[in-house]
Design a protein around this ligand. Structure first.
Ligand SMILES: O=C(O)c1cc(=O)[nH]c(=O)n1[C@@H]1O[C@H](COP(=O)(O)O)[C@@H](O)[C@H]1O
Length: 224
């Protein structure tokens, strides 16, 4: 079975992205390319990475009016990513139009609440309730809008799966025991994320910033 680990290649340097991918390819199920990579390398860079033969998770976290998001996704169609992200806070119509514009085999998933935020950030934004409630609410909305799944932290994935048993659940913000959480606030271990119901886990810096990414990926894999 394919590894549930998607590595987040957050770098503008395509040669570095390729080198890390080659070093760890036997321990991962796919590669996630986000804003940093896309801003530097564009669609041509995504195609170059896709040529390495691993599934591509294109994490652009689109968030705009429905027409703009749909047109952006139409422009991305030739890239045929396995997974594509939008923000659930863009609303129901935006998510419906995003799904309609995406290639049939692309899983469109909605970010419910960034793992870099916590209850106090929600409060600052004027959103009532706790992270858990907000994630469940956004998951419900994404399901109703016809998406394939959501992105949430490992702390909420069990509750999200409960209301959407056949949803696809992406869990970032995972850290090995004693790992440095950096800017992430809602963190769990890779094994806990999977046991709680994650379909895939996204791991960036604990692998990419390790002295030997290969060993780091292998060590994480061994805990799953
Ligand atoms: O959509 C995502 O992948 C995402 C959503 C979220 O809520 N939190 C989050 O960290 N991510 C992404 O997951 C990756 C986490 O990277 P590390 O913190 O280095 O493991 C980054 O590429 C983030 O953009």
């Amino acid at each position: 079975m394919r590894s549930p680990i998607y590595v987040a290649l957050d770098t503008p340097d395509i040669d570095r992205a390729k080198a890390v991918t080659s070093a760890i390819r036997n321990h991962i199920g796919g590669i996630k390319l986000g804003l940093e990579f896309f801003a530097a390398n564009g669609p041509a860079g995504i195609k170059e990475m896709a040529a390495l033969g691993l599934p591509i998770f294109l994490d652009l976290k689109l968030h705009d009016i429905p027409n703009t998001v749909a047109k952006a996704i139409q422009a991305l169609r030739p890239l045929e990513p396995a997974i594509l992200t939008v923000h659930a806070s863009g609303g129901r119509a935006m998510m419906e139009d995003a799904k309609a514009a995406a290639p049939i085999d692309t899983k469109v998933v909605a970010v419910t609440m960034l793992t870099s935020l916590d209850d106090s950030d929600l409060h600052d934004m004027g959103i009532a309730g706790e992270a858990h409630d907000h994630v469940v609410r956004m998951t419900e909305l994404a399901r109703e809008a016809g998406l394939d799944g959501v992105v949430c932290s490992g702390r909420e994935v069990k509750a999200a799966k409960k209301i959407w048993p056949d949803g696809f659940f992406v869990v970032p913000g995972v850290r090995p025991v004693a790992g440095n959480s950096g800017d992430q606030k809602r963190v769990v271990t890779p094994a806990d994320a999977l046991h709680s119901g994650a379909s895939i886990i996204v791991i960036g810096r604990p692998i990419t910033q390790a002295e030997e990414p290969d060993l780091a990926a292998r060590a994480i894999e061994a805990t799953l």
